[in-house]
Design a protein around this ligand. Sequence first.
Ligand code: NAD
Ligand code: MG
Length: 396
Amino acid sequence: MSAPLQRLAILGATGSIGESTLDVVQRHPERYRVTALTANGNTQKMAALCHQFQPRIAVMADEAAARELEAALGASASIEVLAGSRCIAEVAASDAVDTVVAGIVGAAGLASCLAAASAGKRVLIANKEALVVAGDLVIAAARESGATLLPIDSEHNGLFQCLGSAGGAQRSLEGVAALVLTASGGPFRTRPVDTLANVTVDEACAHPTWSMGRKISVDSATMMNKGLEVIEAARLFGISGKRVEVLVHPQSLVHALVRYCDGSLLAQLGLPDMRTPIAHALAWPDRIDAGVAELDLAQLGALEFEAPDPARFPCLDLARQALSAGAACTAALNAANEVAVDAFLANRLAFDRIAGIIEETLGSMNQDSLDDLDSLIAHEQTARRRAAAILEQYHS
Ligand code: NAD
Ligand code: MG
């Protein structure tokens, strides 16, 4: 029996995840139809994607970009062009789509991810920040609506695979001793720590094994990416952060492992190519061709592993502390990190001060226990303002 056609909304279509998703999708026109694409401001790229994939709906983050896209598409285009974050969330919840790829970067993706989860969609989650800011709400919304959450962050997708094929992401963890996320160590794994003040944006974005957007590349260089992923794993799989381990593995071929109580360790391996986890989640429980080459272990010879160095990567500990402190603290951690990484990317902050901005911001926030969306968003907005003010002090 052939699989039913899935109508897709790809949020963040112009980004790295969007590109990998569209590459897999165009290999399987009989299974997937692109119904909606959304993007921030890159109208040229969006226009090209609209020509190629002919979605029914295209949404840009603001009016000006939407008008520009309309002009680029021409008067004869039958694509409905919309604008604004509310429209992105409406598209994510629309009856016209079955599957939503949450590929927006940052907390900006939370509203649409939550809308898709609340509307009972099949939601492929790349946007880890949504889970760091309000993961419990996303999980609860999915449980209530019957949505299927499928992780496409490679480590979490690997965990999902090693945990067995039954159920959604919220499966039983009986017999599981620990979840293990691997980390490449990024571009600065062996660089002398006392030279980290001088690294350039290009150096920080030159990831040794993965090709990704700029924000996640910087997060990988500080290892905040792995910190965010520990929180993501805890929320997605309903497990204490103490049972989520991090292992440095420079080749990025083993993506994750599940340690069982009987001594078994199950690992998921593959080339560092996001098309593998995306294809897995698109087709789950089936398997489809992702366009990814075979991993030749004999040719490779050896795999290396080491423990992460806390002095080199202080962000990892900051994230773990935030996870133990609760949802308000993880929302503030993410906000401060977004502000600090933006500043680094704009050459307004030295690389080795990113962790300091986050630590100071967290120290200045109260640690209320917050669990509703409005309070969490207000709290993360406050954290953004605090982080920006601390950044200003660095300059004065
Ligand atoms: P990217 O910067 O390449 O793309 C981001 C996308 O989000 C773009 O399409 C952009 O237009 C859109 N966007 C940005 N700000 C927006 C806003 N305010 N409103 C609406 N749309 C907005 O980023 P990426 O590398 O594709 O990462 C996307 C997400 O996936 C991140 O959360 C990242 O952590 C996660 N992720 C990425 C990878 C990867 O290989 N790239 C791997 C694992 C997880
Ligand atoms: Mg990852």
